[in-house]
Unconditional design. Structure first.
Lengths: 856, 133
């Protein structure tokens, strides 16, 4: 009895099914899309970061470049001025200059100037000599001097005072008003005395005009002389930004974001200082100009990155959208699968399995006819089910010709597809009248059991415009396969359950005793199919002495052990009931049979059908119900409670007595009858009492059926139920008992007989006479029949048509003690109390016949 | 039947042995089993040989032939040694059994105790021979 419960049905599809439904594939796609998205984001972030870094580097490079250029410019100036000073010094050492011979000097100067680089004179602003008083004595342009006196000029004063070369700030010449820078060195006569100053002038032009300078990257070059004048501007204007000027007068560097020399905002200023002339060389440019290249390349890079990212995202988005559609489709399939597995999980018979499979496939292919054929368990007969069929509805499953169509799939080892119209027409020829419109194709496949045996087939008749795709075929195959497995399991479970039920039934009474005046009915309901068999039982025994003992019990738990204990208890009850008439005594002995780890509840009742006396005991069992059919009153038999068997001590077991009357009905049951989820057991008992009250006039069998029908739902996974109904009809007209030849028993018999006779309406005197006569007949059997040995006495008393006919029989050999003078009194009593009394002895026993006419 | 069966027959002998007359008061059922106790009681009583014994059967609910036999034998035992035994105060159903079995021909039967004492004081009787088949 190990039928699998519903929970144990495997829910996980196999790998093959997983592949069919593409769960892994869709998961993979989903993950891929997510990964691509993440990668794109990382790519954009990294690309942007590096582009930004590059942009920063480009900026730095541009600034460094500017700085390099101004430093280079400063060096150029230093070199130039050093060279020019050196040239002036060498000219000052010339004999004509030392001799102060102006005529020769004029020629000499002119000669020097003409030997400059290319068309340029060596000193672009001119070359001349001043005497010691500052008078212009000779120059390359004025051989006899310009006539001007420059003794007030700073450069003359400095040379005269220091005797060292001097480079002036930018200044304007007095003659010609040219903008120049004067380089001056002292001249000395032959005796080394200061004789004057040799001056060379550098003519200044406005910067930014030279294409060559621009080519070299010196546009926007600013040269500031020692006086702070911008020698590169036409008017020697001083920079407006005095603060910046102060900063750039020493060393070199670059200011990336500052206010320019002329007060303009957002400027880049690179600067360097030339030592010899003490000039400051600066490049003062707008940031936009300086950083333009870096910005341009940064923008281009960012655009490239974003375009690439957009493309990747578009691809990913498309993939996700597509995957989502596929997932939705897969989920629909999975949902159908779950529905199928759920309904198959509940299935316990071929019909249910085929119904689950067929309706599932009909849902998946709503316009197709779905035909399912299943062989019975022995591999013999086929049963056919039909489903779907769209608007036309399913085909008639008894349609002739269907089995031949279903045999296609059964005989085929693999799925079979018929699409040729001619072939379809041939196959469906016999059923074509029932098919409107005509299907366009047939798809058939076999059903295989787990053992590989073909147990049936599934056939789909598809409409003209519907074609099975690969996943559809896989769906059909998977559903069919699962259904086949479910069927195998269901059949296994059915067999198991059948075995369990058979065992249970074998342990329950085949038939109940037939007792005059009593209706007895027992019922056992095994609970839902698929559940293990329980340990409920009922039984009834009619003792030879006429007492009916009956019991209803429930062994806790399910399965073999419960069934075995149930069997033991029931068999013991049967055995004990022949030894004891006391229910309590029987219960006391039953409790000893229950092992320590087990528990059972039981009620044991004894009814004397002749007297109506009922004795009962309950060991943990729900109270029996007693309906008085006359008054409609229902009584709970709860006066003798004890703990369950196996738990109770024998001394706790008591019994209660009451006398029943005709038209009373007694119901004993197990808790499965009255226990419902969400319903107190007392409510269940009350409901049972109500149900009992409704049917006072029905026989015991009908009452039992009605109770089962009312309280036991066949489909629900209910507990098993045992119940026993006992109904008292009229007082039995026949008193029939078999008792041991024991005087003590005869004494009890007298009491019982008296009770019965009284209930039969005899007068006290008739009752007393009958009791006396029967007692005498029994004494006879005890003394003469068995001579004190154990034997059996059979007493039959028929009360019919005002006559009592009494038979007392024994199986003993007649030991006539003819010499006993006292024994004759027994015979005398029988003769005198009865209307007739005869004793017939035979070797096999003695029979006493008595007759009493009751009519007045 | 293993159940304990209550004593079916209660026997009370009063007054104590040695005095006379002696009352043997029976109650309950006198059947094939319970007569043994009565026989024992009577055998015990005979040791003191009371000359007058009144057996009060008023409390008997049942008596069968074995009970009758025991009563008759007890009475004869008393009278055999010259004593007097009287059955007193039988209920209707007991009297009916007495009549059926013609016990009255063998043992004196009194309607009540007073009558029984009077009969016990009288000479032995009735002298009719027992009906012994």
């Amino acid at each position: 009895m190990t039928a699998p419960s519903v929970d144990e049905i495997p829910r996980e599809p196999s790998d093959g099914l997983d592949a069919v439904f593409g769960r892994r594939a869709s998961t993979f796609r989903r993950r891929l899309a997510a990964s691509a998205l993440a990668a794109t984001v990382i790519l954009v972030v990294l690309g942007s970061f590096f582009a930004w870094k590059q942009y920063e580097d480009g900026k730095d490079k541009a600034l460094t470049d500017m700085r390099t250029r101004v430093v280079l410019g400063a060096t150029v100036f230093d070199t130039y001025f050093a060279g020019q000073i050196a040239t002036l010094n060498s000219i000052a050492a010339a004999p004509s200059v030392v001799d102060m011979d102006t005529k020769r000097m004029a020629a000499y100067f002119k000669n020097i100037q003409s030997h400059g680089q290319g068309a340029q004179p060596l000193f672009t602003g001119g070359l001349g000599w001043l005497d010691r008083d500052g008078n212009s004595r000779v120059s390359d342009r004025f051989p006899n001097g310009s006539g001007s006196n420059v003794s007030d000029r700073a450069y003359f004063k400095a040379v005269k005072a220091t005797g060292k070369p001097y480079i002036s700030a930018g200044l304007v010449t007095r003659i010609g008003q040219r903008r120049v820078v004067i380089m001056a060195v002292p001249t000395r006569d032959a005796k080394g005395r200061f004789s004057g100053a040799l001056i060379g002038a550098l003519q200044l032009r406005q910067s930014g005009t030279s294409q060559r300078a621009n080519d070299l990257g010196f546009e926007d070059l600013v040269v500031i002389d020692r006086a702070g004048q911008q020698v590169t501007s036409g008017s020697f204007a001083r920079p407006e930004n005095a603060g910046l000027l102060g900063r750039v007068r020493k060393g070199n560097g670059v200011l990336g974001d500052t206010t320019g020399l002329n007060g303009d905002k957002d400027r880049v200023v690179a600067y360097a200082n030339s030592i010899a002339p003490r000039w400051t060389i600066a490049l003062d440019r707008s940031r936009a100009t300086v950083l333009a290249a870096a910005r341009r390349s940064f923008v281009i890079e960012m655009i490239s990155i974003l375009v690439a990212a957009a493309i990747v995202l578009a691809i990913v988005g498309w993939a996700i959208a597509r995957s989502r559609r596929e997932i939705a489709a897969e989920q629909e399939q999975v949902r159908r699968w779950d529905e199928l597995t759920q309904s198959l999980g509940e299935a316990s018979a071929a019909a249910e399995v085929s119904a689950a499979l067929g309706s599932s496939l009909a849902t998946a292919f709503p316009r197709a006819h779905v035909l399912v054929a299943l062989q019975d368990d022995e591999g013999g007969r086929f049963t056919v089910w039909t489903f779907g069929g769209g608007d036309a509805g399913p085909l008639d499953r008894r349609l002739p010709g269907l089995p031949e169509i279903l045999r296609l799939g059964y005989l085929s080892s693999s799925p079979l597809r018929i699409t040729q119209p001619a072939a379809v027409g041939t196959v469906l020829a016999k059923v074509s009248k029932s098919l409107e419109p005509m299907p366009g194709s047939i798809y058939a496949l076999p059903m295989h059991s787990a053992a590989g045996r073909t147990i049936g087939s599934v056939t789909l008749l598809l409409p003209q415009d519907e074609v099975l795709h690969g996943t559809d075929e896989a769906l059909v195959a998977a559903h069919t396969d699962y259904a086949a497995r479910a069927l195998s399991r269901a059949r296994h479970s059915e067999r198991e359950h059948d075995v369990a039920i058979a065992l249970q039934r074998s342990l329950l009474p085949d038939e109940l005793p037939v007792v005059e005046g009593l209706g007895l009915a027992g019922r056992y309901n095994a609970g839902a199919v698929g559940l293990e068999v329980g340990g409920d039982w009922y039984d009834a025994v009619r003792r030879p002495d006429g007492v009916v003992l009956f019991t209803v019990g429930d062994v806790a738990g399910r399965g073999v052990s419960a069934a075995v204990l149930m069997g033991q208890l029931r068999n013991s009850f049967r055995a004990l009931s022949y030894e004891h008439t006391s229910p309590a005594e029987i219960a006391r002995r039953l409790t000893a049979l229950v092992p320590e780890n087990a528990m059972a509840t039981a009620t044991v009742l004894a009814l004397d059908p002749y007297t109506g006396e009922l004795r009962y005991t309950s060991a943990g069992h729900p109270p029996s119900l007693l309906l008085d059919g006359v008054s409609g009153e229902v009584t709970l038999l709860d006066k003798a409670p004890a703990p369950p068997l196996g738990w109770t001590e024998t001394r706790w077991i008591r019994e209660a007595r009451l006398t029943l009357r005709s038209r009373m009905t007694l119901l004993a049951y197990t808790d499965g009858l009255v226990e419902r989820r969400g319903l107190a057991i007392d409510d269940g008992i009350a409901r049972a009492a109500d149900a009992l009250r409704l049917r006072p006039e029905r026989g015991a069998e009908d009452t039992a059926d009605a109770l089962l029908e009312t309280f036991v739902q066949p489909s629900a996974a209910s507990d098993d139920v045992a119940l026993f109904v006992l109904q008292l009809d009229d007082v039995p007209a026949t008193f029939q008992v078999e008792i041991p030849a024991d005087p003590l028993v005869v004494r009890q018999l007298r009491a019982r007989l008296k009770g019965w006779l009284a209930r039969r309406g005899l007068t006290d005197e008739q009752t007393a006479d009958t009791v006396l006569a029967v007692s005498e007949a029994c004494n006879n059997a005890i003394e003469h029949g068995y001579g004190g040995d154990h034997g059996t006495i059979r007493i039959t008393i028929e009360h019919h048509a005002g006559v009592l006919r009494i038979t007392v029989e024994d199986d003993g050999t007649w030991k006539a003690v003819r010499s006993d003078p006292t024994r004759g009194r027994g015979m005398l009593i029988m003769n005198r109390t009865m209307d007739s009394a005869t004793v017939a002895s035979a070797p096999t026993g003695t029979r006493v016949d008595l007759e009493l006419h009751l009519a007045p | 039947m293993s159940e304990a069966v209550p004593e079916a027959l209660q026997i009370e002998v009063t007054p104590a042995a040695g005095s006379s007359p002696v009352f043997v008061i029976l109650a309950g059922e006198m059947d094939i089993v319970s007569t043994a106790a009565f026989v024992d009681s009577m055998t015990e009583l005979e040791r003191s040989s009371p000359d007058r014994v009144v057996i009060d059967v008023a409390g008997l609910s049942f008596i069968d032939s074995s009970g009758i036999n025991a009563l008759v034998q007890a009475a004869r035992m008393v009278e055999a040694r010259g004593g007097r035994a009287v059955l007193a105060a039988p209920a209707a159903h007991v009297l009916r059994v007495f009549e059926i079995t013609r016990v009255g021909e063998l043992v004196s039967i009194a309607g009540d105790r007073d009558e029984a004492l009077r009969l016990a004081a009288a000479p032995p009787g009735p002298a009719a021979p027992a009906d012994e088949r």
